[in-house]
Write a protein that binds this ligand. Structure first.
Ligand SMILES: NC(=O)C1=CN([C@@H]2O[C@H](COP(=O)(O)OP(=O)(O)OC[C@H]3O[C@@H](n4cnc5c(N)ncnc54)[C@H](O)[C@@H]3O)[C@@H](O)[C@H]2O)C=CC1
Ligand SMILES: Nc1nc(O)c(N)c(N[C@@H]2O[C@H](COP(=O)(O)O)[C@@H](O)[C@H]2O)n1
Length: 292
């Protein structure tokens, strides 16, 4: 039996206002009746903006514990989602053109980043994108490469900073390499880890993906990527968080945006608005949009 099962109509209807606009690769979305709540009106406005924008529709999504942790320790792949929220993740993957993670996730997790949702064909698969500025990740033998070779996923695209030509590996298993010059970190990118060196601006990453035909991106992690983007509401359209009923304990990998001040006073770093909750199995799923 598949580890991933179909969502109920109720679950699909709950997620629908937070999905990217446009015709879905997964035709069951059209069977879900559109809601007429204020959330829908806002979704329609956001959809219109996304079409005109030079940016793709961006969904931030991850699974965390009650202590806001996404793994037990750096580099330790940790299962938080139950079977129902795992199925939700695979449903979401079929509704996005691309799925993006940082190299800090790609190396230790060796993820598949494809959709195992029932009936998902190759055309419905998201394009895996790994932000790997210094070419640390070896695609050879990775699960991503194996899935692409078997026709169960698309070949990954990698985002690098420009390298000298002789250092640039050529690799059939890589769908595309996108080179973007890094720049000094902006205040909101100055998380503990990223502030140590120059970063690629998120706006540049997303614009490059849009220029390559990517209309929607599901950003799955890891902690550095998610924590950074939580401070960039202008780039993020939807946030979908699975909260598992467990505490991982101190020393885990935490999602938490950089601290924010206003007139010298500490204020909340990020906040969701237009929130909706739904229970999937033992987990709670919170959907919302970041307040500007
Ligand atoms: N529970 C969940 O939903 C998920 C959990 N995880 C966990 O997260 C952990 C990994 O988190 P992190 O170590 O923070 O790794 P990460 O996946 O956030 O990658 C961080 C790295 O990506 C690159 N990067 C990211 N943004 C960049 C930018 N703007 N410019 C240049 N380079 C950039 C840098 O090399 C950076 O060191 C793992 O333990 C993994 O299992 C990862 C995804 C989802
Ligand atoms: N939604 C969710 N729940 C969890 O419990 C997780 N550990 C993750 N991790 C993310 O999913 C990737 C693994 O994907 P595959 O199953 O290999 O396709 C992992 O790398 C994280 O990005 N997500």
């Amino acid at each position: 039996m598949s580890e991933v099962s179909e969502l109920s109509d109720l679950e699909k209807a709950f997620l629908q206002p937070y999905l990217p606009p446009g015709i879905s690769k997964h035709d069951d979305t059209v069977q879900v009746p559109l809601r007429t709540t204020p959330i829908d009106r806002s979704h329609t406005e956001i959809a219109a903006q996304a079409e005109e924008s030079s940016l793709p529709f961006v969904t931030l999504t991850y699974a965390c514990s009650l202590d806001s942790m996404i793994s037990l320790a750096p580099g330790l792949r940790t299962t938080l989602s139950g079977p129902e929220t795992k199925s939700m993740t695979h449903y979401l993957r079929t509704h996005h053109d691309a799925i993006l993670v940082g190299v800090g996730t790609a190396i230790p997790d060796d993820p598949g980043l494809n959709s195992r949702y029932p009936g998902a064909t190759l055309i419905m698969q998201p394009r895996p994108v790994v932000v790997d500025p210094e070419m640390r990740w070896n695609v050879n033998g990775s699960k991503l490469a194996q899935l692409a070779q078997r026709g169960q996923g698309k070949a990954p695209w990698l985002i690098h900073t420009p390298r000298k030509v002789e250092m640039e590996p050529s690799h059939d298993l890589v769908g595309k390499r996108i080179f973007i010059t890094a720049e000094a970190a902006t205040p909101s990118e100055q998380t503990q880890e990223l502030s140590k060196r120059r970063n690629i601006s998120w706006s540049a990453i997303l614009k490059n993906l849009k220029a390559e035909g990517i209309e929607s991106v599901m950003i799955e992690g890891g902690a550095t990527v998610i924590s950074t983007l939580l401070s960039m509401p202008e780039l993020v359209n939807s946030v979908i968080v699975t909260v598992a009923p467990t505490w991982l304990g101190q020393g885990g990998v935490t999602v938490s945006p950089a601290p924010k001040t206003d007139a010298g006073e500490r204020v909340n770093a990020a906040r969701l608005q237009e929130t909706t909750w739904h229970q999937f199995g033992a987990d709670a799923v919170l959907c919302g949009r970041l307040q500007l």
